[in-house]
Design a protein around this ligand. Structure first.
Ligand SMILES: Nc1nc2c(c(=O)[nH]1)N[C@H]1C(S)=C(S)[C@@H](COP(=O)(O)O)O[C@H]1N2
Ligand SMILES: [Mo]
Length: 439
């Protein structure tokens, strides 16, 4: 049994370290006692003083804090940044890297800040000049095309498209879910140039019995087994025919980055990033739901009904994840910011997006969700581009605050405060919170 002083409480206490080692003791240190899950304002006396010491300031709205609440200031533990423009490397074989929220402030995500999610080993040959791409399966005119053919035969279009990994936000799952422990940064909105997936499918003549697509990339399986694909996903033919999906050969006006699928990739926005096959070599049309690697079992699936955290769910109750849920991200200020003395207001900025539809409003709270302030929200520049929100908020006194953001989509679905837990850790669209210290 560790003793209390094994956990020196200081400004650098990290939420995860503390909770990993001994959650009950952590609760005791943070909250003074095990949290009463049902009421607000339980925090007083020593607990409040301890929490204030950890976040480094008094907490003006502490009476509004939900029971069992852990200030976000304690949870920001980005590793030293390296690699692709200082984004956070989660894994190097396969390569997985996410971008801290405050580095996603641009309307168009620079290539150097586009997250990377690889399931296998990228191909060595990414030569755009010799690349061949095939459309076959249940089509009238199977075709093999070079990138030059794609450019000459089809209309070339440029669109800003949001790609988000289905597992973005998994790190917050409790109990934890296996897989990349993405925090917030497995999302990006780059500008992609290519031809419409739908135009190519129409030219190939999709047969009337087709219900699903199948996508194949040139990356290889981690095991080295050449007969295995690391991932091959597909989408229902109706989704494939959406005119916003691209077969892209350029990212932000240049060649696609090698880690983002050079020289050719699918971009199927609004659905899990896994639908956007990188290093695209082939798509084939099927009269059954595609059953490639990571389509079956529990991959990119969740139970068809809500489950309590930790529930074991039978495999047959898992359903393929389709549209991604409404979400927002605060990209300015960076969490943990100290406002200089004399400054009591700041312009909050970020982006919001919503699967196949638009975001209709974004609201901010600085008092732990008791009151909400409507943010200015821009229209998307094109369907599936994320939408800029901004609003200046004024803090009534000095102390520790959290800014919370919640978006609502055009179907009136709103981001929740809590995670809708599922066994594989997908679709966490709980509100983003950033810590702000007012001096
Ligand atoms: N060929 C191939 N395509 C792929 C993957 C992959 O491992 N191989 N990963 C998928 C997943 S899970 C996601 S979230 C997106 C990520 O795209 P990015 O790495 O360009 O950000 O690519 C998808 N396309
Ligand atoms: Mo993903």
């Amino acid at each position: 049994m560790p003793r209390d002083d094994d956990y020196a409480v200081s400004g650098d206490v990290k939420l995860f370290d503390l909770y990993d080692k001994d959650p009950e003791l952590a609760d005791k240190i943070i909250f003074g006692r095990v949290a009463d899950k049902n009421r607000r304002g339980f925090l007083k006396g020593a607990g409040l003083a301890t929490m204030g010491a950890i976040v480094g300031a008094g907490i003006p709205f502490h009476a509004n804090m939900p029971a069992g609440f852990v200030p976000v200031a304690m949870a920001s533990n980005h590793d030293p940044m390296m690699g692709k423009d200082a984004i956070t490397i989660l894994n190097d074989r396969p390569v997985n890297a996410e971008t801290p929220a405050h580095m996603l402030d641009d309307d168009i995500t620079p290539t150097s800040r586009h997250f990377v999610r690889n399931n296998g080993i990228p191909p060595e040959d990414m030569n755009a000049g010799t690349w061949e791409f095939t459309v076959d399966g249940l089509v009238d005119n199977p075709m093999t095309l070079s990138i030059a053919d794609l450019k000459s035969k089809f209309e070339v279009v440029t669109k800003r498209l949001t790609i988000e990994c289905g597992g973005n936000g998994r790190a917050a799952f409790d109990p934890p879910a296996k897989g990349n422990q993405w925090t917030y940064g497995a999302v990006a909105c780059s500008e992609w140039t290519g031809v419409r997936y739908a135009d190519v499918l129409k030219a190939a003549g999709v047969k009337s019995n087709v219900i699903y697509t199948a996508h194949v990339g040139a990356d290889s399986h981690l095991s080295g087994d050449e007969t295995k694909l690391p991932i091959s996903r597909g989408v229902p033919i109706d989704k494939a025919m959406n005119p916003n999906n691209l077969i892209a050969f350029a990212q932000n006006g240049n060649d696609i980055h090698p880690m983002n699928g050079a020289p050719l990739r699918l971009v199927v926005p609004g659905w899990p990033g896994s639908c956007s096959q990188k290093w695209l070599k082939r798509v084939y049309m099927r009269d059954v739901v595609h059953d490639g690697p990571k389509m079956t079992g529990k991959a990119y699936r969740k139970p068809g009904y809500p489950v309590a955290p930790g529930t074991k769910v039978p495999k047959e109750d898992f359903e393929i994840i389709e549209e991604m849920p409404v979400k927002s991200l605060i990209t300015f200020p960076e969490t943990g910011v100290n406002l200089p003395a004399g400054q009591d207001s700041v312009q909050i900025r970020g982006h919001a997006w919503a699967g196949d539809v638009e975001v209709s409003s974004v609201e901010l709270s600085i008092d732990f969700g008791v009151t909400w302030i409507k943010a200015d929200l821009q229209n998307p520049v094109n369907p599936y581009a994320w939408q800029r929100f901004s609003q200046t908020v004024k803090f009534p006194t000095k102390g520790y605050y959290e800014v919370w953001a919640r978006a609502t989509d055009s179907r009136d679905r709103m981001q929740p405060f809590a995670i809708a837990w599922n066994p594989k850790g997908y679709l966490n669209n709980s509100m983003h919170r950033v810590a702000v210290m007012v001096a």
